[in-house]
Design a binder for this molecule. Structure first.
Ligand code: KG4
Length: 342
């Protein structure tokens, strides 16, 4: 039987990525990061879409080359349709449409958040791979999203809880910024926290119903703590950096895990997956392992390259859609906003 070869394209935010998958096995996954945003302390949408335009051809070219696949052998092209920055999405969508039109092959539209969850199914052709089975819960935590997703099938996912304000990654990044750490601050906080006392400072935990999250109160409480302490001692942040990072990280992880525990208990599901950039956090990974021991959870943490934005997750979602003949018409346009079902 002819293999199914999918080219995936991801351009929802500031990473331009292309990946080739053959029958669900990854052959390449190439990403161009945009360093230009670091000096602005966050992603500048206009600069991101311009950089995507510059990056997309070389990135796709390199992904095909590394996979040793000729574009004429592609079965279909999958692209991120949303949510994300509209200008960035338009670059990937237009490129994918043009390529499918020229090659006369089907187009597959992919929801970025659904793809983060399905990243757990990317095969690298190893024997030891362990993947969740449906139904499972996925804690999706990134710079733009904090959600608990109930996955019942590749095309049957429901957001059962989400942040009502900031995302967890945003809380890491914004608090890092007020401490003078570079953007993105999450990895710096993670590194510094390992030398600090997580109980040194007590920060606000939100009391909101259901499985939803809120991080803006924590951010404000952190800001006020610094403001008051700096009045007493101008070197407070420098002198207490490790303890501040450890306390902040501890509180964010506590908030994330308490709602995840609640969801797992109430829905009686013990397969727990994690996705998104924040899943690189060492304390979150440790907390998941501890919960696995304590509550009998089966925990799924994807390899690092599949936690952040990448095109392999777009290609695997496209692969499932292709098998289901779930193609996209050429008049479908990108969307920027998060939806509750995907
Ligand atoms: O999924 P992702 O790569 O893309 C966006 O949502 O844009 O997530 C990026 C987020 C940033 O907020 C970054 O600070 C956070 O993931 N992050 C971390 C760690 N590594 C990345 N947060 C905490 N600890 C980390 N080790």
């Amino acid at each position: 039987m002819k293999p199914i070869i999918i080219l995936g394209i991801e351009s929802s935010c500031d990473d331009t990525s292309a990946s080739v998958l053959k029958d669900g096995v990854m052959l390449s996954n190439v990403t161009a990061n945009q360093t230009i945003h670091a000096s602005y302390g966050g992603v500048v949408p206009e600069l991101a879409s311009r950089a995507h335009q510059q990056n997309i051809i070389p990135v796709v070219h390199e992904a095909l080359k590394q996979a040793n696949v000729n574009k004429c052998d592609l079965s279909a092209v999958a692209f991120t349709r949303g949510p994300g920055l509209l200008g960035s999405l338009l670059v990937g969508a237009s490129f994918a449409k043009g390529m499918c039109h020229a090659l006369q092959i089907p187009l597959l539209d992919v929801n970025h958040l659904q793809a983060h969850v399905l990243a757990h199914f990317i095969s690298q052709g190893k024997e030891t791979e362990h993947m969740p089975t449906y139904p499972f819960l996925c804690l999706l935590v990134s710079g733009g999203n904090s959600q608990i997703v109930l996955a019942k099938g590749y095309d049957d996912m429901q957001v059962i809880g989400q942040t009502i304000d900031d995302a967890a990654g945003e809380a890491f990044d914004k608090c890092a910024k007020v401490m003078g750490l570079p953007y993105p601050g999450g990895p710096h906080i993670d590194r510094l926290a390992s030398q600090g006392n997580p109980k040194a400072f007590v920060l606000n935990k939100p009391q909101i119903p259901d499985f939803n999250y809120s991080f803006s109160g924590l951010k404000t409480s952190f800001l006020y703590l610094l403001r008051d302490k700096i009045l007493e001692n101008p070197s407070f942040v420098e002198e207490n950096m490790a303890d501040l990072c450890a306390s902040l990280q501890y509180t964010i992880i506590e908030i994330l895990m308490s709602k995840l525990r609640k969801a797992a208990k109430e829905l009686n599901i013990n397969q727990i997956a994690v996705a998104g950039g924040v899943s690189a956090n060492s304390a979150l990974r440790q907390a998941l392992h501890d919960h696995a021991q304590k509550f009998g959870w089966k925990v799924f943490i994807p390899p690092f390259e599949f936690t952040t934005d990448n095109a392999a997750m777009i290609a695997i979602t496209g692969y499932f859609k292709y098998q289901n003949h779930d193609f996209c018409s050429f008049d479908k346009v990108p969307f920027s906003r998060v939806t509750n079902k995907f």
